[in-house]
Design a protein around this ligand. Structure first.
Ligand code: AMP
Length: 282
């Protein structure tokens, strides 16, 4: 596996691959890999000859009181995990490489970036959109792979790719979960044993929602009440939002008449977790 910190070296390597007509796949990450990240890399590997993975803890997507300083890092472990699934190029830029002296541009997505996490994390999606646009311009992949775990982020990425004429296929991959249902996240490492157990109510409430929809319950208010009852029974978990939306536009819905995204953000102790599911009426 080739590893570089610089855009110049990365581009040099990629121009050789392209001259050989190789397809390039790309997985942008913030590192501290788990099985979710590895699944994205394997999907990229299936669809491309050369897979690039970036590790960049993007400072502009963290708010002033968020976990930028303590975000988990283990480059040695990440390197070995990436290598184990056949990643070809690891791109590990510094903040100065991505945002050099004089840097002044940001990408803002309207509408879909303003709801859900956009409300509680002002500026977050502008940071995400900016760094993803830059990374897609640097790598110019044939296919870029993202997780549905961050559903709204995936919607924002699809929007910028369409709006900014970025010529990469954007592929979404279903959320990878632990055996007990907890959505994998680098942030799960912040959880104590008790919090880890309490956090299971998020996935559980989403399963209950699908069961209710399977029983022909269509009122989101009724499903929401049942979900909140399950989650609020755990004193360690505090809901930030629990919303029912159109999976594409993210506009709120009152009746589950077609595929509906249920998106949750919650604090488990001090840790902020998100989870979601698309429920399908039979
Ligand atoms: P992160 O390193 O958390 O920024 O995530 C990098 C990529 O991995 C993003 O596209 C995430 O949506 C994706 N990802 C994170 N957790 C999961 C998961 N549990 N299942 C699938 N994809 C995930």
């Amino acid at each position: 596996m080739f590893e570089t910190h610089t855009i110049v070296e990365l581009r040099k390597k990629l121009s050789v691959a392209r001259a050989e007509n190789k397809r390039v796949g790309f997985v942008p990450t913030m590192g501290y890999f788990h099985e979710g990240h590895l699944t994205l890399m394997r999907e990229a590997k299936k669809r491309a000859d050369v897979v690039v993975v970036s590790i960049f803890v993007n400072p502009t997507q963290f708010g002033p009181n968020e976990d930028l300083e303590k975000y988990p890092v283990d480059l040695k472990r990440d390197r070995a995990m990436a290598e184990s699934v056949g990643v070809d190029i690891l791109f590990t830029p510094s903040a100065g490489e991505i945002y050099p002296e004089g840097y002044a541009t940001s990408v803002n997505v309207e509408g879909i970036a303003d709801v859900l996490c956009g409300r509680s994390r002002p500026g977050h999606f502008s940071g995400v959109a900016t760094v993803v646009a830059k990374l897609l311009n640097i790598v110019e992949p044939d296919v870029a792979v993202f997780g549905e775990k961050d559903w709204q982020q995936l919607a924002v990425v699809r929007r910028i790719a369409a709006d900014l004429n970025i010529d990469s296929e954007i592929l979404g991959v279903p959320t990878v979960r632990e055996a007990d249902g907890l959505a994998m996240s680098s942030r799960n490492t912040y959880l104590s044993a008790g919090e880890r157990k309490a956090a299971l109510v998020l996935a559980k409430s989403l399963r209950i929602a699908q069961e209710m929809v399977d029983k022909n319950i269509r009122e989101t208010a009724e499903v929401e009440r049942a979900m909140r009852d399950v989650i609020e029974a755990e004193s360690l978990v505090e809901i930030e939002y629990l919303e029912f939306c159109d999976p594409q536009s993210l506009a709120g819905v009152a009746e589950i008449e077609s595929d509906t995204l249920i998106a949750i953000a919650a604090r488990v102790g001090k840790t902020r977790l998100i989870d979601n599911a698309v429920v399908r009426p039979g």
